[in-house]
Design a protein around this ligand. Structure first.
Ligand code: BTN
Length: 273
């Protein structure tokens, strides 16, 4: 694929017809040569994608985007590196929200998923469905590979779980595209990739120069804040509460029914309502 739009916003962009993992590919490429900030590798056929907590990330070929972008010098000033998954989720949110009609809200589920939900369902206590997962991996030189798996055209019968959706299955406007292998789908994939990349580069610069503005944007894009949540902590502990805010390092602050507060730096969060 040409990636015509994407090439306008990043210094280097590579489209691979197939690869085991764009994160692994970019990590290897960064080991072999000094790649510039913003170097991007993408594919619509990732055969051994990796998710958080050593999970697999599997999507049917031609239906989802795997995008990895190299971010250099993050956290040297401004927001620290633990904010990067939240900023990546914000970048994907900004890129995907315009594809959905009024009443459908795209946003970040702490710490590193992008969900979409019908606002009426949200009022009825039904949480959203996952559109994208983010996996950030730090390299030995301190740069970070930001990997994003975007469910673009997965038909509903091929969704990996009942908590996942795609732009197509979620009712977003894909302009009649059916697969990224077709010209319509390729154009959509390039526009989405360009938009995600441009927004991620803008947000990482903002996080250094105006950390409070970047933080405010993350808060605005959060679907978790204000929700009742069930937190699955490392070691199998489960805690229910209301997500109230983010700490200075991006950790989730949860008000407990007993009156105390929990600071969650790592764990899985379920939205209860
Ligand atoms: C998760 O939700 O567990 C995170 C999934 C991250 C998947 C993306 S796809 C692009 C990049 N390459 C990978 O192997 N994983 C990430």
């Amino acid at each position: 694929m040409e990636l015509t739009n994407t090439r306008r916003v990043v210094p280097r962009a590579t489209w691979l017809d197939s690869t085991p993992s764009t994160n692994a590919e970019l990590r290897e490429a960064a080991r072999a040569e000094a790649l510039p900030h913003g170097t991007l590798i993408a594919t619509a056929d990732q055969t051994a994608g990796r998710g958080r907590l050593s999970r697999e990330w599997i999507t049917p070929p031609g239906t989802a985007l795997a995008i990895s972008i190299l971010i250099r010098d993050f956290g040297v000033r401004g927001l620290g590196v633990s904010w990067l998954p939240l900023l990546a989720g914000s970048a994907v949110t900004a890129a995907l929200q315009p594809l959905f009609f009024d009443g459908m809200r795209v946003g970040v589920k702490w710490p590193n998923d992008v969900h979409v939900r019908d606002e009426q369902d949200a009022e009825a206590g039904r949480p959203g469905l996952k559109l994208c997962g983010v996996l950030c991996e730090m390299l030995p030189d301190g740069s970070v590979v930001v990997g994003m798996g975007v469910n673009l055209l997965i038909p509903d019968w091929e969704l990996p779980t009942d908590r996942a959706t795609s732009v197509l299955a979620g009712g977003g406007n894909v302009g009649g595209a059916e697969t990224i292998a077709d010209p319509l789908g390729a154009d959509l994939a390039d526009r989405v990739t360009a938009s995600v990349a441009a927004e991620l580069l803008r947000l990482t610069a903002l996080a250094a120069d105006q950390p409070q503005a970047a933080r405010a944007l993350v808060l605005r894009h959060s679907l978790t804040l204000g929700s009742e949540v069930r937190v699955h902590l490392p070691g199998d502990d489960v805690v229910d509460g209301r997500a109230r805010g983010l700490a200075d390092d991006g950790a989730l602050l949860v008000d407990l029914p007993t009156g105390g507060q929990l600071t969650v730096s790592a764990g899985d969060v379920e939205h209860l309502r």
